[in-house]
Each structure stands twice: as structure tokens, then as C-alpha cells.
Design a protein around this ligand. Structure first.
Ligand SMILES: [Zn+2]
Ligand SMILES: [Zn+2]
Length: 386
């Protein structure tokens, strides 16, 4: 169907020229140039300097595919056969593959317009690895009006090429950055009774806050709440007047997330009154959980069954506690997030990551077929929660 040799060359260029989040200027130019050569119009975003989108087909509805384009600050293992030319930056999360798949889908549907009863829109999203990521800004673009469904794939090295992990419900956790500042009067360690012994109080606050959130959460709901940084004080005989805590809260349900944020605020204000200190709680970034649309999950399964490919589907029971800002798009359209086998070595975000380029063909075969299937089956309805 698609000339995979050409796509392999595109992937190779992307892999050799990775760029960090929101700095994907050459990558964006490369995408624009490639699409121009194919006669496809590439449009830049109004709120972002990098990334953009392209449509092929005509009329409605629009089925969107999200491809991330950014790389990570990692020095690639020099033994790899295709290696980053940008030292210290590496496509270690497979976004070079995701971008290639997006380009391949546009090429496929531009050459077979009779197959589409609608438009395919590929969104080349910058800054997925950053917090906050690029998705919130893409969400503010005027590109969502006719979008009836949005798809994405994330490759992973641990499973064989051609396999798709299909999650019912949550795929990736919500991730919230939690920044807390405890403020007391400070003083001499010889007279803690005249001041507030802020390190002791912070110790109590940390353990009691985590117990409180746990106790207020239904035991059947997953919550991971841990601090990764604590800072305060200068020396042995001065009680500090400030202690900073920084952590992450993760949940698999966006309603559980909203409740946890309230519990943290409520506990903190009550605790502050009890000890006569100030506690300032901030959530600088809140990335919701990625929840697959039940109707799209069923359609994907039906499509794979129709193609006799259902044996390539895995249905894992436990979602990832990682996160992906793809979740923001789910405010605009029902979505399906597939995890696809990359048949490789190393792990995501590691210098040893290497995947099998055969995944490009495999992804395009399944995704082009599934998108055609969705066009035939329009409109895509969102399943109501019961
Ligand atoms: Zn990543
Ligand atoms: Zn990724």
C-alpha cells in the first residue's frame, strides 16, 4: 500500500535529528516540506511556535490522529545502527515513529480519497514530554469543530510488532504536580515552644496528609501520592521559617482526582489552623487521566475481528500509572489510545531504546483500515456512562 522504504527514510531522518519539547523547529519544517512534496497543505498552530496539522479527504466528519513530535534529553547508546546526530537529545519515547505513522496516514488517504467519507486530520503535537505539555495549547486552537473521534498510538518495546494493547477505560493515569509551602515564625532551636518547630510539624503534616487522602479514598480506586522533594532549613540551631514540598498525585479516574485535590486543600487548611502556621498548596500542572471511549474500544475490536486480526489484541487488566496529555483532547472528542508493540530492546525513556522499524508498516495497515472503517460508520457516538 504505502512505500515503506520512503517512510523508513523519513523515520531515519527524524530519529537522527531529535529536538526537545517546544523546540521542534527543524522537525516542524521537515514535516511541512515532506507534506508539500506530497501536495498536502500543512497548517501551523496559532498558539504554538512548533507543530501543526494537516487534513486530507473532504467533508465531514473529521477523524483525528495525534502524533507527538518531541524528544528527550538523553544521550543515545552509541552502539545503535541509526543514532541521534544531536548529542544529548534522543527520540527515546518513540515519537519519531508516531510522527512517521502520522505522515504515512496522510499519504495513504491523500492517494486513496475515494476510500474516505470524511477527513483525516493529523495533529503533530509539540511538547508532550513537558509539563505542562503542548496538548492544552493545541486544545485552544480552532481545529475541533467537526472532530468526531481522535486516535493515537504509543509504541512500546516490550511487546511484539503487530500487537495492540486495548484498554477498556483508563489507559494512563492523571498526573498532578503538588507544590506545598509551609510557613512558620522560625526561631532558636533552644526555644521551640516560643516558635513553631516547623521540621517536626512538616513531618507530621506529610504522614497525616497522605493517610488522610488514603482514608478518604474508596479502597477500589487507585491513587499514588508521593513527594519527591523536600527542602527547608540551613543549619542545626535555627528553626526554619519555610519548608517546601513537591510531589505528584496520580489517579486512574478524573472524578477521584478532583476529590483528592479537595481533600489535600481541606486537610492543609485545617492542619495550618491547628499548628498556627500557613500552608500554601498549589497544583501548577494537572494532566487528566486518559480514558478510552467505550464505543471506540468496541469498534476497534470489531474491526480487528472483521480482519481476522483479533489475536493481535491484548487486553491488559492494569493501566499504566504514567500519564499523557492526550487526555486534554478527550474534552473535545471521544478518543482511543492504543499501545502498540515495537518489538525492541531497552525501555521507553532509556538510552538503550531501539524498536523494530517493521512497526511502521504494521501500524499503518491497522490504522488506515480502522480509520476507513470509522468513516463508513459515521457518526461516531460517544457511549453514555451507565
Ligand atoms: Zn515519553
Ligand atoms: Zn511518549
Amino acid at each position: 500500500m504505502i512505500n515503506s522504504e520512503n517512510l523508513y527514510q523519513l523515520w531515519q531522518y527524524l530519529h537522527q535529528n531529535p529536538e526537545l519539547s517546544f523546540k521542534e523547529h527543524h522537525t516542524t519544517q521537515f514535516i511541512a516540506r515532506t507534506l508539500k512534496n506530497w501536495g498536502i497543505t500543512f497548517r501551523r498552530f496559532k498558539n504554538l511556535e512548533t507543530g501543526g496539522y494537516a487534513d486530507v479527504g473532504s467533508g465531514g466528519p473529521v477523524v483525528a490522529y495525534r502524533a507527538e513530535i518531541d524528544a528527550l534529553p538523553i544521550e543515545e547508546n552509541p552502539a545503535h545502527s541509526v543514532i541521534s546526530h544531536n548529542r544529548g537529545v534522543m527520540h527515546a519515547c518513540g515519537h519519531d515513529y508516531h510522527t512517521t505513522i502520522g505522515l504515512g496516514l496522510l499519504k495513504y488517504f491523500s492517494e486513496k480519497p475515494q476510500k474516505t467519507g470524511g477527513r483525516l486530520r493529523v495533529i503533530f503535537q509539540p511538547g508532550e514530554e513537558a509539563a505542562p505539555g503542548g496538548a492544552e495549547k493545541v486544545l485552544a486552537e480552532n481545529i475541533w469543530q467537526d472532530v468526531k473521534g481522535i486516535l493515537t498510538v504509543h509504541t512500546q518495546p516490550q511487546t511484539p510488532v503487530g500487537t495492540f494493547s486495548l484498554f477498556r477505560g483508563a489507559v494512563q493515569a492523571s498526573s498532578t504536580s503538588v507544590k506545598i509551602l509551609l510557613k512558620g515564625p522560625g526561631g532558636h532551636t533552644s526555644r521551640p515552644f516560643e516558635s513553631v518547630d516547623l521540621i517536626n510539624v512538616a513531618g507530621q503534616y506529610i504522614t497525616q496528609l497522605q493517610s488522610y487522602v488514603k482514608q478518604k479514598t474508596d479502597v477500589r480506586d487507585a491513587v499514588a501520592f508521593a513527594f519527591g522533594s523536600i527542602n527547608g532549613g540551613e543549619t542545626h540551631n535555627i528553626i526554619p521559617d519555610k519548608i517546601f514540598l513537591w510531589g505528584t498525585l496520580r489517579t486512574l479516574d478524573n472524578e477521584v482526582l478532583a476529590r483528592c485535590l479537595k481533600h489535600i486543600q481541606h486537610f492543609s487548611s485545617s492542619f495550618a489552623k491547628l499548628f498556627d502556621i500557613q500552608i500554601d498548596v498549589q497544583f501548577p500542572t494537572i494532566c487528566p487521566a486518559v480514558i478510552n471511549d467505550a464505543n471506540l474500544v468496541r469498534k476497534f475490536y470489531d474491526f480487528m475481528q472483521e480482519q481476522n486480526l483479533e489475536q493481535q489484541i491484548q487486553m491488559p487488566e492494569k493501566p499504566s500509572m504514567g500519564s499523557d496529555d492526550f487526555s486534554f483532547y478527550l474534552k473535545k472528542a471521544p478518543g482511543l489510545y492504543l499501545i502498540m508493540g515495537g518489538g525492541g530492546k531497552g525501555a521507553l525513556h532509556s538510552p538503550d531504546l531501539e524498536m523494530d522499524q517493521a512497526l511502521i508498516d504494521s501500524a499503518l495497515e491497522v490504522l488506515s483500515g480502522f480509520i476507513s472503517y470509522l468513516f463508513k460508520e459515521t457518526p461516531i457516538k460517544t457511549e453514555k456512562k451507565t
